[in-house]
Design a protein around this ligand. Structure first.
Ligand code: ARG
Length: 464
């Protein structure tokens, strides 16, 4: 039986129910709905709409529903349109006539918005934790990488040697901004819509501030129409997941490339690699590829949902029911991708020799040669030309760069010393740069940032 049958002269058609039912996915909000319902019942009692004798059986029934859901014994009925209907039906079974008072002064419009915000507050904080775990793995691997170097690439061409720690932390810092976005979005989601009713509030003396406080929300809605129709906290979450997905896809792509025989920088642990059903020798980076691939799905969820809400008139429209599946999937997949990549990165073996060999190629110190000339008074543009011509001559003549540098009147033996492995980056002292001194500072700053972020996210987890 639907909640609105009395208005209709006929039972809803089967196809209408099949098309509009959301129970298959919104049952995931069940415990949040119960929590919000308990706060609502208490509010009704404080308002004098319910007596204590009516409040108690309702709260008891909701408590029982919560246990049934937690233990998987809650029996959903085929006629339950959505999770809200199911819970109200069960409360009425348990509390009898008093159950019929549960929905006083409330609509599924403010109800679903409340449950969804409670859900987002908890799950988004959980996603924040998953990102932090991945960052901690990156930090650990960066710390233990010591002075190991690999080429820094631009255009995927070897550019300058960088510390492996610097390279790993580059990913770490982009994830810090994802954590920042999580915290910002949590603050915006932290507003209670309960008490907004269907669209305009209620004539009953309910107090939305009190229910907001009871649910641990930072504040209540300012406008009932906005409260029931707004889903930008969902869009915020989908954007965070999409951009995080883009960051993870870059990490994934890099693992794919670096673990290829052509690069040979990374060796995947057997527990984090896959085989081939046909080619017996294969060891594949499927985890990294999936992390790369999930970005498409996450971007799709954001784009699809924005299209769903675009142009919706005030206030609630049933289109909004389409918010849940992308939201649930985006949060699940983004967190899973963080954890899987973290597991892979924690166990990957770095082939430091292969990296050092690639990074030690003398031409990667070309700009350091030019800057050495600048230190001796030569304008940079001229120094660039001198070194560029020397590199070209070495390539044309098929001779080692060191020999030509040694012979060059502007360069000579002192300049040759710059071409030794590690010499170039040791001279790089600029803040935030890839030299050992600056990276040492960076490691400290990153570690501090990480523990501050962890505390900030934990505070939300504790409130959820
Ligand atoms: N299942 C609905 C949703 O997810 C609940 C709200 C239904 N409200 C309504 N007026 N039909 O949005």
């Amino acid at each position: 039986m639907t909640l609105w049958q009395a208005r209709m002269g006929a039972e809803p058609s089967e196809l209408l129910m099949a098309f509009s039912a959301s129970l298959a996915f919104d049952r995931r909000l069940a415990r949040d709905d119960v929590r919000a319902s308990i706060a609502h019942v208490r509010g009704l009692r404080r308002a004098g709409v319910l007596t204590e004798e009516e409040e108690r059986p309702l709260v008891d029934a909701l408590g029982r529903v919560d246990r049934e859901i937690a233990t998987g014994t809650f029996a959903f009925a085929p006629t339950d349109e959505d999770v809200h209907t199911a819970i109200e039906r069960r409360v009425t079974e348990l509390a009898g006539e008093t159950g019929r008072r549960l929905h006083t002064g409330r609509s599924r419009n403010d109800q679903v918005a409340t449950a969804l915000r409670l859900f987002v507050r908890r799950e988004l904080a959980g996603l924040g934790l998953a990102v932090l775990e991945l960052q901690e793995t990156l930090l650990e691997r960066a710390r233990s990488a010591g002075g190991a170097e690999l080429p820094g690439y631009t255009h995927l061409q070897r550019a300058q040697p960088v510390l492996l720690a610097h390279h790993l932390l580059a990913h770490g810092w982009s994830l810090s901004r994802d954590v920042d976005r999580v915290l910002e979005a949590l603050r915006r989601a932290d507003v209670s819509p309960l008490g907004a009713g269907a669209v305009a509030g209620t004539s009953l003396p309910l107090d939305p501030d009190a229910t907001a406080a009871e649910l641990g929300f930072g504040s209540r809605f300012e406008n009932s129409m906005d409260a029931v129709s707004d889903r930008d906290f969902v869009a915020d979450t989908l954007f965070i997941a999409a951009l995080l997905g883009v960051h993870l896809s870059r990490l994934g792509e890099e693992i794919v490339i670096f673990s290829s025989q052509e690069f040979g920088f990374y060796r995947l642990d057997d527990a984090w690699a896959t085989g081939s059903s046909m080619l017996p020798q294969k060891k594949n980076p499927d985890v990294a590829e999936l992390a790369r691939g999930k970005a498409g799905r996450l971007i799709g969820h954001l784009a699809g949902f924005l299209a769903t809400v675009k142009g919706l008139p005030l206030s609630y429209n049933r289109d909004l029911q389409e918010d849940k599946e992308p939201l649930f999937d985006a949060l699940d997949q983004a967190a899973l991708a963080c954890r899987a990549l973290g597991g892979l990165l924690a166990t990957v073996r770095f082939d430091l020799e292969a990296m050092a060999k690639a990074a030690g190629q003398p031409a990667l110190a070309a700009v350091d040669l030019a800057e050495w000339l600048v230190g001796r008074g030569m304008p940079f543009r001229r120094a660039h030309a001198v070194v560029g011509a020397t590199v070209r001559a070495a390539a044309d003549q098929g001779r080692p760069l060191e020999e030509l540098v040694a012979e060059h009147p502007d360069l000579g033996p002192e300049a040759v010393a710059l071409l030794a492995p590690g010499a170039a980056s040791a001279r790089r002292r600029s803040a935030g740069g890839a030299g050992p001194g600056a990276v040492g500072v960076q490691l400290e700053r990153f570690a501090r940032r990480l523990s501050a972020d962890r505390e900030r996210v934990q505070a939300w987890v504790a409130r959820a």
